[in-house]
Design a protein around this ligand. Structure first.
Ligand code: PMP
Ligand code: GLN
Length: 379
């Protein structure tokens, strides 16, 4: 039969995690923590399930959790989202993203995506008959060239997808990027999908600039978040989207037939847990220690490290070690040195010759130490 996604294969994250398992290698490929989440959060989950919170939640998500998300935005970013009409809980950020794209992108609509790009945007656009307009952010700085974006925008541009902080480059948007984006979308109907799942992981005191803070952007933007990243529970698959009520109403039309609602006890557990948290600065501190540990160790290897301003990914050029293609290099590294990573080419639509790979450092000390010991043997 005809494939609706002829170019799509099993994701690189699944492929490399599987290879790591087969090769008995340390898995720094797929982005997930290998340590336990907070005991209190886990206890809440069991408690709510035992107390009988096991049936359908409202389609928008439970009120308690929507209120916590709203409170989080006002505390952290001094911006308000109404918990009833402007916040919706999703089955991870992935479902939120898929539903946003499905709710707005029509046949032949153009969607601008910046590469390297996380893998779930493009297939969703294609399934909805849209056309992806890719724009590369270039090695080693991975900045957006706004002049080029201007040239890409046309009457057919329906959506721009931003990922800040960026997976895999670890770059964050600066005020000048925000200013450019504001002037770019002015007097257009362009919708912005702002994937901010790593919002709470920025380093060296650099601020996360959420698009929700800028009224000229907020009015047309879906901000997407994920509790998987914030609370170290990627397997719970609970995320959220926030947007002005007119956009949210369209989102909900699709959401109700996409999943209708998401896991009830997990929503209650997260909302109860968040009630006792005033800010999330400790998340950045927690990951900065891990980033610095891996970074300092890798300085003793032939890898050339890229700057990591946010996310839990550190990237490196391996050109001094090998002239292999990046994916071949990742296979070699997993098989010969027992450390699994992700090749940057997985984040590009077309062939890409950059010699860059991504290490995930959301790992316990022991895991990082084992990986470092292996990597130090590379000449
Ligand atoms: N966007 C980005 C940039 C991600 O890295 C991820 C997960 N790794 C997601 C979205 C998906 O998040 P979730 O696991 O909550 O679906
Ligand atoms: N977002 C995670 C990463 O970048 C992977 C999630 C997945 O496997 N789809 O590694």
């Amino acid at each position: 039969t005809d494939s609706k996604l002829p170019d799509v294969k099993t994701t690189i994250f699944t492929e490399m995690s599987l290879l790591a398992q087969q090769e008995n290698a340390v898995n720094l490929s797929q982005g997930f923590p290998d340590y336990q989440a907070d005991e209190n959060l886990l206890k809440h989950l069991g408690d709510f399930a035992k107390q009988g919170y096991n049936q359908y939640a409202p389609l928008s998500g439970i009120k308690e959790l929507r209120e916590e998300i709203s409170r989080k935005f006002s505390l952290q970013h001094h911006t308000d989202y109404h918990p009833d009409s402007e916040v919706n809980i999703t089955a991870g950020a992935t479902q939120g993203i898929f539903t946003i794209i499905s709710a707005f992108v029509q046949k032949e609509d153009e969607v601008i995506i910046f590469e390297p790009a996380y893998d779930c945007y493009e297939p969703a656009v294609i399934l909805n008959g849209g056309i992806v307009k890719n724009l590369k952010m270039l090695y080693p700085d991975y900045q957006i060239d706004w002049e080029k974006v201007k040239n890409l925008v046309s009457g057919k541009t329906k959506m721009i997808i931003i990922n800040n902080p960026n997976n895999p480059s670890g770059k964050i948007l600066k005020q000048k990027d925000i200013d450019e984006l504001i002037s770019l979308v002015k007097n257009t109907d362009i919708i912005i999908l702002s994937d901010e799942v790593y919002e709470s992981i920025t380093f060296d005191e650099k601020p996360h600039l959420t698009l929700a803070k800028y009224p000229d952007l907020k009015e047309r933007t879906f901000v997407v978040g994920s509790f998987g990243k914030l609370l170290h529970i990627t397997g719970w698959k609970i995320g959220y989207v926030c947007a002005p009520s007119d956009l949210m109403a369209e989102f909900r039309k699709v959401h109700q037939f996409n999943v209708f609602c998401v896991n009830t006890p997990a929503q209650f557990a997260i909302s109860k847990y968040l009630q006792n948290i005033e800010d999330f600065k400790s998340v950045s501190t927690f990951f900065q220690i891990k980033r610095d540990y891996l970074k300092n160790a890798l300085k003793e290897t032939p890898f050339h490290l890229l700057d990591c301003e946010g996310t839990y990914f550190l990237s490196a050029n391996f050109g001094a070690i090998s002239d292999k293609q990046d994916k071949d290099f990742c296979y070699w590294l997993t098989q010969q040195h027992k450390v699994a990573t992700i090749p940057f080419s997985a984040f590009y639509k077309d062939k890409n010759d950059e010699k860059v790979i991504r290490f995930c450092f959301a790992k316990k000390q022991e895991t990082l130490d084992t990986a470092i010991e292996q990597l130090l043997k590379i000449k």
